[in-house]
Write a protein that binds this ligand. Structure first.
Ligand SMILES: Cc1ncc(COP(=O)(O)O)c(C=O)c1O
Length: 928
């Protein structure tokens, strides 16, 4: 059975290799096959010529690889043909030699720079692999390498000639080098774009056919289901296929440069919507050199890092500085008797690249007019936003900037109480009133999920019923959450906009910046959704649907439950798309720590640009770190050129790790990767998807779920449950660090969060799995050797971690003193007033958590009202905010908490509360 025909849900045939049926991990699976092929070939060769089991294995593996090799430039037709000839001629020696050559070149990436890797008869030169740090390799003379996909109607017998023709145009002085991949059909082109992350440009010659020349039922099926490529919808398309292909490729990988060669009227075509995905249109084949130059130009455009490059240039110029910053140019360091080690450790460049000047081409982050401005524009293009602002104090600051820019005192913000503390501080700063909405709890794991759409709609409809909708400015949510819950961003915004068409959204995508570059995750991002909504509301068919819904539901009162059940549609004439996203670029891309971006898609930005600037200036240091800004510029370059490959690889790796942990006989006794089913209650998972990867689900199932379900789980954020092993999260985190040098991020009572990033390798995965295996073996051994008392103690510990978990407390209400109308059904409050009230010590008191006074006051009053934020870490969300009434379940939760770090609470003093007798009853008492 070939890889292509393997049923999607079949159990893995060979657990040593990434399964080929994992459609989006085919590049990894392919590398595995080459490695295995090489191993089989070596065995065959050492056994001598002729037929053997090793040769049979080589034949089988070669047959698996061959059909998909058309989608990569390397090893290419010549090497593949030579391999096939050696296999057929039973020439084990030649076959083994070539299989090894190709396998090594693929593994090290040497084919990108070494012409001998392409020639069956040349020895491979010994080049340093690309994986070492550049300063350990000596002179780095490599030009970046990429592949160009050519889609051609020509007969395959002419392909070699065509390839040579275009490759002949490459010149030594080109900044980049490339090789060509040729395909002859729509289906093959789509598959090449999906499989081959090295493809950066697509040249489409109009007139090709739809169907692949390969017989590939499974891949065809995948195209139909995953990319909605229905063969029947293409019949009779003829030359129109070129623009259809361009749009499909651009949709899947927006960074690609697409060129079309056609004999249609190019002047007319250039002005149509059809051509919007195409970078340049050429008339037929008249301009081959122009095509080559355009390809180079397109890559340069993405490679360009105006700020970083200028900083490099600046660092190389002799410069006398009479500014602040003595470390600039290293002079206070290199000449020092005492701190030369600082210079040695950080190296020369970092000092040469330091300056406090904004002249000399360095531009100013506070008011960019030069290369920072351009770098931000390039980032906007890359991340699919209208505008981007760089920020150098993390997303903690980006969030405060956005909240303060958009909200004035008295505005209402619908916000997930579980969001990062920077949002809450943003409300204190701006005077906006938070209306806290609750995420669904995952009590078992002591964590929250995300806020159901129904809860948000209910809050909006209640506000509407009370005539307060005009005060609602913002819906503020975290996507994805720390633990990987991804919202259905498009659906959520759509339904909220149906209730208030000018609502603004702030999506805190601190962890999710990478998602733009993954065609799988993109559908769940803020910017992806903004684009989707804009396109949708332009469509005349949408207007008809909206009108039909208005006729049906338009007359309903806001408290009518039918509004909660219906999928509400906004008025296309009223709706404004106003979306802000903040992301910690440093958390998921190659930026230095604290590097963050604010992405903006706001049709009404000109109306808030002034307040945005104010907020930006209020929060941005007048000495922003140049290296951070430069790293944001470079991170953007990387993602625009290899973000697709990196994000696909990390997703594949994450799914593989999940599967290996949960399918392992011993490990899964004590540890488990929480599945989709564990993390998302069934009511939010209409698709019924339970877990990722075969045998649980096919990619089609996953994508359907990601398109339709209310919440989806980002597989790269892996909750590793450790309660069954008797470890609490903090203890397990410490153990992994001390014994195995494995660092993880967040913990909960009975889990740790393993985050798979663009930097993770299969070696890292193996290291983690090995550690889990060793720990599981230790537990088995301990339980076996120490008899019943140990087993009973272990069982009790496990029970306390997994069964006796405290209920998660909800936000009940602000004290009436901090509410405009104590009788209101909506619970927004004057948190800022409460916050500043605590500045007056005489108005605060402390009560001990375990005291009788607390129990008395819970029962008989007066109410306990928190004077400040109390944020236990973990789980890291505020269980108390200033002005909030402290309820019994909060006290119970606090008493059961066994974490040491609780921000805003010192056990020696007790809970800081506002004195009830000085609270007053209304906002007038507070002077509001
Ligand atoms: C959801 C969320 N938003 C914002 C932040 C703050 O980001 P930064 O560390 O870049 O300041 C974090 C940090 O963990 C976070 O989890």
């Amino acid at each position: 059975m070939s890889i292509i025909d393997a049923p999607q849900t079949a159990a893995r045939p060979d657990r040593e290799m990434v399964a080929m049926e994992n459609f989006f991990s085919i590049a990894e699976a392919r590398n595995d096959r080459w490695r295995e092929l090489n191993a089989a070939a070596q065995v065959w060769a050492s056994n001598g010529r002729g037929v053997s089991a090793a040769r049979d294995r080589a034949v089988r593996l070669f047959a698996e690889i061959a059909p998909i090799e058309d989608y990569w430039a390397y090893p290419g037709p010549i090497l593949m043909r030579t391999l096939k000839e050696a296999l057929d001629a039973l020439d084990a020696g030649v076959f083994a030699h070539l299989a090894q050559k190709v396998g090594r070149a693929l593994l090290s990436g040497s084919y990108r720079h070494d012409p001998s890797a392409w020639d069956p008869y040349q020895e491979v030169s010994r080049l340093a692999p690309d994986v070492l740090p550049p300063d350990t390799v000596g002179v780095d003379g490599h030009r970046p390498y990429f592949e160009v996909l050519i889609v051609t109607p020509n007969d395959p017998v002419h392909w070699e000639e065509g390839r040579k023709q275009i490759e002949r145009l490459r010149r030594q002085e080109d900044a980049f080098s490339y090789h060509v991949v040729q395909v002859g059909s729509f289906e093959d082109a789509a598959l090449a774009v999906i499989f081959n992350g090295d493809i950066q440009a697509v040249v489409i010659y109009d007139g090709f056919t739809f169907g692949s020349r390969h017989d590939m039922p499974l891949l065809r099926d995948q195209l139909t289901r995953n990319l909605k490529i229905e063969p029947t919808s293409f019949t009779g398309e003829g030359r129109g296929l070129g623009t259809r292909l361009a749009r499909l490729a651009k949709n899947f990988r927006p960074e690609l440069d697409i060129y079309l060669l056609t004999d249609r009227s190019v002047e007319t075509l250039a002005t149509t919507e059809e051509a919007s995905a195409i970078r340049r249109i050429f008339f037929d084949v008249e301009e081959l050199l122009e095509i080559h130059l355009s390809i180079m130009d397109g890559i340069s455009d993405r490679y360009r890092t105006p700020y970083f490059s200028n900083l490099v240039h600046y660092s190389q110029r002799p410069m006398g500085t009479f500014h602040a910053l003595p470390v600039a140019r290293g002079k206070s360091v290199f000449r020092s008797n005492w701190i030369r080690d600082m210079g040695k450790f950080y190296g020369t460049n970092i000092f040469l690249a330091e300056s406090s000047a904004t002249t000399g081409g360095l531009d100013s982050l506070l008011e960019p007019t030069g290369n920072i401005k351009t770098a931000q524009q390039l980032a906007a293009r890359a991340f699919g936003a209208h505008r981007v602002y760089f920020a150098t104090n993390g997303t903690s600051t980006s969030n405060k900037i956005v909240v303060q820019a958009l909200c004035a005192p008295g505005d209402i913000v619908i916000v997930d109480r579980n969001c990062h503390k920077s949002h809450h501080y943003g409300f204190v700063l701006s005077g906006a009133q938070p209306l806290y909405v609750e995420a669904f709890p995952l009590t078992e794991y002591s964590m929250y999920g995300a806020v159901p759409l129904r809860t948000i709609k209910k809050a909006l409809l209640d506000l509407k019923a009370e005539g307060k909708l005009d005060r609602v400015k913002l819906v503020d949510l975290t996507n994805c959450t720390f633990d990987g819950h991804m919202y259905n961003t498009q659906r959520l915004m759509e339904e909220c906009l149906a209730i208030k068409p000018d609502l603004i959204f702030l999506w805190d995508e601190a962890w999710f910046g990478f998602a733009r570059f993954s065609p799988l995750h993109r559908r769940r991002t803020a910017m992806g959704a903004a684009k989707g909504l804009e396109e949708k509301y332009r469509d005349p068919a949408y207007r008809k649907r909206y009108e039909a819904q208005t006729a049906e539901l338009g007359h309903l009162e806001p408290d009518d439950p039918r509004l909660l059940d219906a999928h509400l549609l906004p008025d296309p004439d009223q709706v404004r798309i106003r979306v802000y996203q903040t992301n910690s670029t440093h958390k998921s891309m190659s930026a230095f720590r604290q590097g963050s971006m604010i992405l903006i898609w706001d049709e009404d930005f000109p109306h808030v640009e002034g307040t945005f600037q104010e907020a930006f200036l209020a929060h941005t240091s007048t000495s922003p770190n140049l290296q951070l800004i430069a790293s944001l510029d470079v991170a953007r370059r990387q993602m625009e050129l290899e973000g697709y490959e990196l994000t696909m690889r990390m997703t594949g790796l994450a799914i593989d790790i999940r599967d290996r942990i949960n399918a392992h006989r011993l490990i899964s006794k004590y540890f488990r990767a929480a599945t989709v089913e564990d993390m998302i209650p069934a009511e939010y998972r209409g698709s019924g998807l339970k877990d990722y990867g075969p045998p649980h689900s096919s990619w089609r199932d996953v994508l359907n779920a990601w398109d339709e379900d209310e919440f989806a789980l980002d597989p790269t954020r892996l909750t590793l449950l450790c309660g069954e092993a008797g470890f609490d999260g903090t203890q397990f985190k410490g153990l992994l660090a001390e014994r195995f040098d494995i660092q993880i991020n967040k913990t909960s009572r009975n889990s740790v969060l393993v985050q798979i990033n663009i930097n993770n390798t299969r070696g890292d995965a193996a290291h983690l799995i090995k550690a889990l295996n060793e720990l599981s073996r230790d537990i088995e051994e301990r339980l076996r050797l120490n008899g019943d008392p140990e087993r009973q103690a272990f069982a009790a510990r496990v029970r306390s971690l997994t069964v006796e978990v405290p209920d998660l407390p909800n936000f009940r209400a602000f004290h009436d003193a901090f509410r405009d109308d104590p009788n209101s059904a909506t619970n927004e409050g004057h948190m800022r007033a409460a916050f500043f009230r605590a500045y007056d010590e005489s108005k605060c008191e402390f009560v001990k958590l375990n005291s009788r006074e607390v129990d008395d006051r819970l029962k008989n009053g007066p109410a306990l009202v928190s004077a400040n934020f109390v944020i236990p870490y973990p789980p890291g969300f505020p269980i108390m905010v200033p002005g909030q009434i402290i309820t019994e379940d909060i006290i119970t939760f606090m008493r059961k908490l066994d974490v040491k770090e609780i921000h805003g609470y010192a056990a020696a003093y007790g809970l800081k509360v506002l004195k009830p007798e000085l609270l007053g009853k209304t906002k007038v008492d507070l002077g509001l």
